[in-house]
Design a protein around this ligand. Structure first.
Ligand SMILES: Nc1ncnc2c1ncn2[C@@H]1O[C@H](COP(=O)(O)OP(=O)(O)OP(=O)(O)O)[C@@H](O)[C@H]1O
Length: 503
């Protein structure tokens, strides 16, 4: 197959920030191109330019030898380029079929009216391209995340019929919220399309990038700094190319049972169908990992402990006293912090500055005094933690929404690390969106906080990260605890043992 999309000297700035600095890249037809780089290196900016969502300040885009301008998503679609969005772009109260053909002319529409049977047939044909058999008449809001992603994928593939060249499909961290089985299915679908479509695959999970890509591009500070064939490179070389240092694996040899009395005791906690009969203790300085797929109840237990979701049955004791978490504010006052999985909608105020977001902890340490006092006292601590986590920013007074996804996450994390009076910190998927180096920095910080006595509950992205960090692991399935592993006294469990209890 011939043809390619070539990027020449692409430059994109946002005020003083240079997001892409003269990027040169060739994306040949029919290949899967992996795109990796540290948080803030320009990956999303590049995808947005290719999807027509933003335009470069300088540079040229050349498709199959001809210069093109991508000044809108429709225009990109007309050249066969579409993006499977991380924050999905579907309309929740429309059906699967309607969403697939949104903004596209198609045979099922005559004089502005849909012929439903034709629409259903056409939608099924798109879903079949990726071997998915979803009902096309259900509303998107009633689908699970992975199913919505499949609809997005089918929707992007539907541009194939509109153009006479293979489609170019852009994936921005598609696997971050999928289960291992869902990832396998997505990879199967991508493999089926390989050769007939071009895929650009952005991810921080290096093993996945190695598995799915033909070639891998490494970006740093808006430039391509390396390009490798996937069969000629390994994870540690990619890590080094990307982060600029070798990975030092901190294998925990210091795990030992903790003698102190529990800081948190949870006894038979339950809430409707979300979770039931959940009991565990947590000691100061202990890291308790919770393994479970989406819907297992792990996330809901964390939210309930933080007063963000109700508890119907069971008891909680914090430092020997009964605790009823009635609201997040009350939870913080009693010394419980919570990093939500969905940082963008729950963890931050997008229009406020990076600094304001970093000190938004309900004034835990300094009381609810005036903003001026809080700011003057908390700023140095906030800056310390943001520097420690290497938040890439121009100024802390820019809106947090101007940061790259991973740097937003680090800022939300910094605010909990600076809260000195915390007893228990609940971390729901803390490494999601972080590049591998930032993830290692974060894990160092978590271990350090635990050594200082903070008790930590950690819902992990992957089993290997749970095993890397936790003293004990509990596994949840369908709202109940199905297995417990004490890594301070027992042999390290195999990943398969944990998976068996999860699904
Ligand atoms: N709308 C914006 N306003 C100001 N600066 C922006 C904007 N969007 C991106 N930037 C800046 O451009 C740079 C590149 O950001 P981009 O989101 O492309 O990085 P990324 O590689 O996708 O990062 P991550 O891995 O964290 O998602 C960052 O320094 C970011 O702060």
């Amino acid at each position: 197959m011939i043809g390619s999309l070539v990027l020449k000297g692409i430059r994109k700035t946002y005020g003083n920030v240079v997001a892409l600095e003269g990027l040169d890249l060739e994306i040949p037809n029919g290949q899967v191109l992996g795109l990796i780089g540290q948080n803030g290196s320009g990956k999303s900016t590049l995808l947005k330019i290719l999807a027509g969502l933003t335009t470069p300040d300088q540079g040229q885009l050349i498709l199959d030898g001809k210069p093109i301008v991508l000044d809108s998503a429709q225009r990109a679609g007309s050249y066969g380029i579409g993006m499977v969005h991380q924050e999905q772009s579907l309309i929740p109260n429309l059906t699967v079929a309607e969403n697939i053909f949104l903004d596209k002319p198609h045979p099922a529409k005559r004089n502005g009216l849909y012929r439903w049977s034709a629409l259903t047939k056409a939608a099924r044909a798109q879903l079949h391209k990726i071997s998915v058999d979803l009902p096309t008449h259900v509303l998107v809001e009633d689908l699970r995340f992975a199913e919505r992603q499949q609809v997005e994928f089918a929707k992007v593939l539907a541009i194939e019929e509109l153009v006479d060249r293979p489609p170019i499909i852009l994936f921005d961290e598609p696997t971050s919220v999928l289960t291992p089985d869902e990832i396998k299915l997505l990879f199967k679908q991508i493999n089926r399309l390989r050769g007939n479509a071009t895929i650009v695959f952005v991810s921080h999970r290096l093993e996945e990038v190695l598995e799915i890509s033909n070639r891998i591009i490494v970006m740093t500070d808006g430039r391509k700094v390396a390009e490798r064939k996937s069969d000629a490179v390994d994870r540690s070389e990619l890590y080094e190319l990307m982060i600029g240092r070798r990975r030092v694996v901190d294998v925990r040899t210091d795990r030992k049972p903790i003698d102190a009395p529990p800081v948190l005791k949870i006894d038979r906690l339950g809430c409707g169908s979300h979770f039931r009969n959940v009991s565990f203790d947590l000691r100061p300085g202990e890291i308790l990992g919770i393994a479970g797929v989406l819907g297992s109840g792990a996330e809901e237990v964390c939210r309930a402990l933080f007063g963000a979701e109700s508890i119907e049955t069971g008891e909680i004791e914090l430092d020997g006293k009964a605790l009823t978490p009635t609201s997040p504010r009350a939870a913080v006052r009693s010394g419980i912090g919570y990093l939500p999985a969905d940082r963008r909608s729950e963890g931050m105020l997008p229009s406020r500055s990076i600094m304001e977001n970093a000190v938004l902890t309900f004034g835990l340490e300094y009381g609810l005094r005036s903003l001026v006092l809080r700011r003057s006292k908390e700023r140095p601590a906030a800056l310390h933690w943001m520097q420690r986590l290497k938040v890439k920013m121009d100024t802390p007074f820019a809106p947090i929404s101007s940061l790259s996804g991973g740097n937003q996450q680090k800022t939300v994390l910094a605010k909990w690390l600076m809260a000195k009076e915390l007893k228990v910190l609940l971390l729901d998927h803390p490494s999601r969106g972080l590049d591998p180096g930032a993830r290692d920095d974060l894990f160092d910080v978590i271990r350090e906080q635990a050594r200082k006595g903070l008790a930590i509950i950690f819902v992990g992205d992957t089993i290997s990260e749970l095993l890397e960090l936790s003293d004990r692991v509990v596994v949840m399935r369908d709202g109940e605890i199905t297995a417990r592993f004490d890594l301070s006294t027992e042999e390290m469990p195999r990943e398969e043992e944990i998976v068996a209890a999860m699904v």
